[in-house]
Design a protein around this ligand. Structure first.
Ligand SMILES: Nc1ncnc2c1ncn2[C@@H]1O[C@H](COP(=O)(O)OP(=O)(O)OP(=O)(O)O)[C@@H](O)[C@H]1O
Ligand SMILES: [Mg+2]
Length: 429
């Protein structure tokens, strides 16, 4: 990794450290090091962290006070382990940023009578069909959506909704199996893809595929603090998508002064959605499309955003979103006022076709070009990079972070950062 400065470390937990009397935060799942280490690094300044995970910690160890080996997809086992842990040390809060483990974290928080997301609210976020039903009942702006159990039902739904439509699995993540279909022929392959997509950890419902009206317009994601159901949007990320008809996320830009933060329509849809879903105390990642008829909801995730969005948001604003998440669930007062007013962007680099990596290097001899904050490699020789639809997110071999006054300035700096990375490999047949 090449990095311009240590500015994130400067703000992380500044002025908060009291190593003796630190509250204990229970962390359910830790995620991958590239994606989540910056969070443990900053939250670990102010809290003692105790990890629940199915195996012994590796990279996380240096940030932990302790850990328990437990099945973090089993709510009963996790609650029992948390109750036992609480008997020896008071637990201040339960933190989880792992999409498929947030339901278990909500159950643990509820059992310990700690602030949390709310078990039913999280279920409605995880199950996209339940979520759509709750949002529709409350009249929240969103696409028409139908759950289907066969190709015939998908055809009927698409005909009734009108093309183009989006097909997606009911409860996955990372845009796996999410495909746009512009007509009946494309619908067949889209249905096959969406219906076959699965994660081993997630049980499949019989009506596993949703057929949705296609929302046309740029996409944003909003990171919000939700306290007792009241939503405060903190960052807007402008999303770059790639690999149509799939929806791979290839970049995100956060500007401290993004005018959409104060947009009354965006704020209204956000609040209405959180209320309809019954979310209580947590941070959320909400995806919206800005359509001709106003902002409409793609989905609310009951956790902070992935893809390093909180990381670039902190570079742009100085707000430490990991700490916001931790302080909220520990019943504290999060610091949510920006102390910077910049723009930061993360861009993921992909090969032109599937590739077995033979060499991957980054020029480290010179200072980084203007506007380039960081260049980090994400793969090693021997790794197979596979592009959508064969895999999702697994085609990325590096990310670059650029900073500037505006999104255009950040995007303009990406090519000079990308030129520092040299990838070679054998094409996969
Ligand atoms: N109805 C829709 N209209 C337009 N675009 C959509 C629609 N539904 C999904 N998308 C696009 O597909 C992407 C992935 O969909 P969705 O968020 O539902 O799935 P996911 O697997 O949870 O993805 P992720 O984890 O990447 O957010 C969205 O971010 C959006 O770009
Ligand atoms: Mg999503």
């Amino acid at each position: 990794m090449l990095r311009l400065d240590e500015s994130l470390e400067d703000t992380a937990g500044a002025g908060r450290v009291d190593r003796k009397n630190r509250p204990l935060l229970l962390l359910i799942g830790s995620g991958g090091q590239i994606w989540r280490e910056y969070i443990l690094k900053s939250v670990g300044h102010s809290y003692d962290l105790w990890l629940f995970a199915p195996k012994e910690p590796g990279w996380e160890s240096r940030y932990l006070k302790g850990n328990t080996i437990v099945d973090t997809l089993d709510a009963r086992a996790a609650v029992e382990a948390a109750v036992r842990l609480g008997e020896s040390a008071p637990i201040a809060g339960v933190l989880c940023y792992d999409e498929i483990r947030v339901p278990v974290a909500a159950s643990v928080a509820e059992a310990l009578k700690l602030p949390g997301a709310n078990v039913d609210g999280v279920r409605a976020c995880r199950d996209k069909h339940l979520g759509r039903e709750a949002l529709a009942a409350a009249g929240v702006a969103q696409p028409v959506s139908r759950a289907v159990a066969s190709l015939d039902q998908a055809r009927d739904a698409a005909r009734a909704i009108g093309y183009p439509v989006v097909l997606k699995p009911r409860a996955l993540a990372a845009s796996v199996g999410v495909v746009r279909a512009d007509g009946p022929k494309a619908l067949e392959s889209a249905y096959a893809e969406a219906s076959e997509a699965h994660f081993d950890e997630i049980p499949r419902d019989e009506a596993w595929v949703l057929v949705e009206e296609y929302l046309d317009g740029p996409e944003i994601s909003v990171e919000s603090a939700c306290a007792d159901g009241r939503v405060t949007p903190l960052f807007i990320a402008r999303k770059s998508l790639g690999f149509p008809p799939h929806f791979e996320e290839i970049g995100h830009t956060v500007s401290a002064n993004d005018p959409l933060l104060d947009d009354p329509e965006v704020r209204r849809v956000l609040q209405e959605a959180h209320t309809a879903l019954g979310l209580d105390t947590l941070v959320t990642h909400t995806e919206l499309r800005l359509t001709r008829t106003g902002p409409r909801l793609v989905e609310v995730n009951a956790r902070l955003g992935g893809d390093l969005i909180p990381y670039v948001a902190q570079l742009a604003t100085g707000i430490d979103y990991g700490m916001v998440a931790a302080d909220l669930v520990a019943g504290g007062e999060p610091a949510m006022t920006p102390v910077r007013s910049g723009t930061a962007h993360v861009q993921f680099l992909y090969p032109e076709h599937d590739l077995d990596v033979t060499t991957l290097t980054v020029d480290g001899d010179h200072a980084l070009p203007p506007g380039v904050h960081e260049v980090t490699l994400m793969a090693a020789p021997g790794r197979r990079l596979r592009l959508p639809p064969r895999d999702h997110v697994a085609g990325r071999y590096a990310y670059v972070v650029t900073t500037g006054e505006s999104r255009d300035e950040c995007l303009a700096a990406v090519p000079s950062a990308a030129r520092l990375v040299h990838l070679a490999g054998d094409p996969v047949a």
